[in-house]
Design a protein around this ligand. Structure first.
Ligand code: C2E
Ligand code: MG
Ligand code: MG
Length: 612
């Protein structure tokens, strides 16, 4: 301040406190430094980018995530994100749209290329940076590599929907697709689909005998074969264990589905090779069209569809192995089991492992051999002798009984003819051959017999076919027809194991039979001992009425023989006389002239012929 002479009087001092300012400046500087530290050291990728997709800045982490040597390398190399970065170029405009709409994105997930071309999953979090006036400056954001998370999720989803062993869709995914197919068929009456339900035959035996590891390997091979039979559009699923399901989409008549099923049977026909072993696997297939073939009515739930497919499958199993069955509402089920021997059984004919034994059937009281029953034996190279009670049922189930039965018939006829020409027997001695149900119903048995008789030069009247009583329980008219045709060519017929098959006497006269063989269970000692001789007596007198012969089988002791003789039964088969004999032993027996001495022990004490 000055006076009038312009001399200084005093000073006016203004003090400004700059602390806040200075601190703010410092803070800003620090923040920038800290951001720089974060930017440089973050594990997340951080970037700034123009709307055109050019990077303004990128941190080392982003370069690392995307596989570039440095941020500079990334900024100069990556100039067109829509093409260079995103696996699907459309993701970039999609990203821009989202930014325009809300100014930011939080978890934008995309699959992107790294510099070397490999693919990773990233998650983007981006916001828009504007100037004071609110005009767009750039995008700023973070990038996280979520490949591992994504893969884990995929794995989780995969294991929830796919079978881990075969890689096929599992039950969950299959039922979802089935539900979708049913929905489509409900909307469009012209659109249809077919469900195939497939169960492997006797797979359990493979698993039980060779272990689940081999079973698993076999399942993988089987699913590959099945897949090869189908079109890409068809869904093949493993429902669990040895059950598979197939969804055939598009119009399909039951006939067309059967053709497909046949293709599958053929596909499985060749043996599977595993650990130097061959496995023969077949499947039973149940088929269900989505609409009833008669009424055209559509199924309402997939549960009903699956249930009926299951029923049809069991029906197929019941008919024999490797069969298919289209569902019809009158079907019902019956389960089956066992394999193991099957693979080897297929080879036993080629390998000459079968042998026929002959058990004499003796006329009493003369002791003469009235006939022989041919009984097959299997000499397995590893397991030794296998009983026909074990392998005949498998042969029946697999259809192998047809070639096997033919071999037996041929061998038996040839043998009897040989004995005839050698003068060991006359034409009154017969050869009895067991014939299984499938042989009777599935093949042209009569033609086969005629060919064999022709070949071996054996008279038809010398051959007797034995069928078990249980066979008679099938379709009466059909069975009668088969038996009539056998009779017509002059071959004799015998009902085997009579008394076990629950057929009523009244039905017996319908069938053109020559003899009844009373089952062994009536002869062996049991609690109802007294009454059973009466039963045998009744059966024998019935055969008298029907003018057919009665044969008692399984007679082992003299006591039983005496009792049997009292019932009036004239023909006896059993260990008392002889167990089944080899052809050489049987020839010796014939040379000796039968069992006269044995029936009359007073004459001489001759031991029964030793059997095999
Ligand atoms: P099956 O036709 O009833 O044959 C009689 C079975 O009783 C034979 O058993 C025979 O060895 C046995 N046997 C005979 N006498 C006695 C005895 O006194 N006591 C006892 N405990 N058993 C006696 P195998 O040879 O084991 O045959 C069993 C079954 O296998 C046969 O019963 C038959 O049903 C079937 N089979 C055998 N060979 C053939 C064949 O070539 N084809 C067919 N389809 N089945 C056959
Ligand atoms: Mg028999
Ligand atoms: Mg029998």
């Amino acid at each position: 301040m000055y006076d009038s002479q312009n001399q200084p009087l005093s000073f006016l001092v203004q003090v400004v406190d700059l602390t806040r300012h200075k601190l703010a400046e410092l803070a800003l500087q620090r923040a920038e430094e800290r951001y720089q530290v974060l930017f440089e050291n973050a594990t997340e990728g951080i970037f700034q980018m123009t709307r055109q997709g050019y990077y303004i800045s990128a941190n080392p982490a982003l370069a690392n995530i995307l596989g570039y040597e440095s941020p500079e390398d990334l900024i100069t190399s990556l100039t067109d994100v829509s093409k260079q970065l995103f696996l699907e170029p459309m993701r970039w405009p999609e990203f821009l749209d989202q930014m325009d709409e809300s100014g930011e994105v939080a978890d934008f997930v995309a699959q992107v290329h790294r510099k070397d071309g490999s693919l990773i999953w990233i998650s983007l979090g981006v916001h828009t940076v504007v100037d004071a006036a609110g005009s767009f400056l750039y995008f700023e954001g973070t990038v996280e590599d979520i490949t591992e998370r994504q893969q884990a999720e995929e794995r989780l989803l995969y294991s929830a929907l796919y079978d881990s062993l075969t890689g096929l869709p599992n039950r969950t995914l299959f039922t979802t697709r089935l539900q979708q197919a049913l929905g489509l068929a409900q909307e469009d009456p012209d659109w249809s689909f077919t469900l195939l339900f497939l169960d492997l035959d006797r797979f359990k035996v493979v698993n039980d005998s060779l272990g689940p590891l081999v079973g698993d390997q076999l399942l993988v091979k089987i699913s590959d074969r099945l897949r090869a039979c189908l079109k890409d559009a068809d869904t093949l699923a493993r429902l669990g264990g040895d059950e598979f399901a197939i969804l055939l989409e598009g119009a399909q008549t039951p006939e067309e589905s059967l053709v497909m099923a046949k293709k599958i049977h053929t596909g499985l026909h060749h043996p599977f090779q595993l650990q130097d072993q061959e496995f023969f696997i077949s499947a039973s297939i149940g088929i269900v069209p989505c609409r009833d073939s008669k009424t055209g009515e559509l199924y309402t739930t997939i549960e009903d569809l699956l249930r009926d497919a299951d029923i049809a499958m069991y029906r197929a199993k019941h008919r024999g192995r490797a069969c298919s069955q289209v569902f019809d509402s009158s079907t019902h089920s019956s389960p089956l089991s066992q394999l193991q021997l099957e693979t080897d059984l297929r080879r036993c004919l080629e390998r000459n492992e079968l042998q026929l034994l002959y058990q004499p059937i003796v006329a009493v009281p003369s002791g003469k051999v009235a006939s022989f029953e041919a009984l097959v034996r299997w000499h397995h190279p590893e397991w030794g002798l296998i009983s026909p009670t074990e392998f005949i049922p498998i042969a029946e189930e697999t259809g192998l009984i047809v070639p096997l039965g033919r071999w037996v018939m041929e061998e038996a006829c040839r043998q009897l003819r040989t004995w005839q020409t050698e003068g060991l027997v006359d034409e009154s001695v017969k050869m009895a051959v067991n014939v299984a149900g499938p042989q009777l119903t599935h093949t042209d048995l009569v033609k086969q017999i005629q060919e064999i008789l022709q070949e071996t030069q054996l008279a038809a009247s010398c051959l007797r076919v034995e069928i078990t009583e249980s066979i008679l329980n099938g379709d009466e008219n059909e069975i009668e027809g088969h038996l009539e045709r056998i009779k017509e060519i002059g071959v004799k017929l015998c009902i085997d194991d009579f008394g076990t098959g629950y057929s009523s006497f009244s039905r017996l006269h319908r069938f053109p039979i020559d003899a009844l063989k009373i089952d062994r269970s009536f002869v062996i000692p049991s609690k109802m001992s007294e009454g059973k001789w009466d039963i045998i007596k009744t059966i024998v007198s019935l055969t008298g009425d029907l003018e057919i012969g009665a044969i008692a089988e399984g007679v082992e002791t003299r006591e039983q023989l005496i009792q049997i003789q009292k019932t009036g039964c004239e023909y006896i088969q059993g260990y008392f006389f002889s167990s089944p004999l080899s052809s050489k032993e049987a020839a010796l027996l014939l040379q000796r002239g039968g069992f006269e001495e044995l029936l009359n022990p007073a004459k001489s004490e001759v031991l029964p012929v030793a059997g095999v």
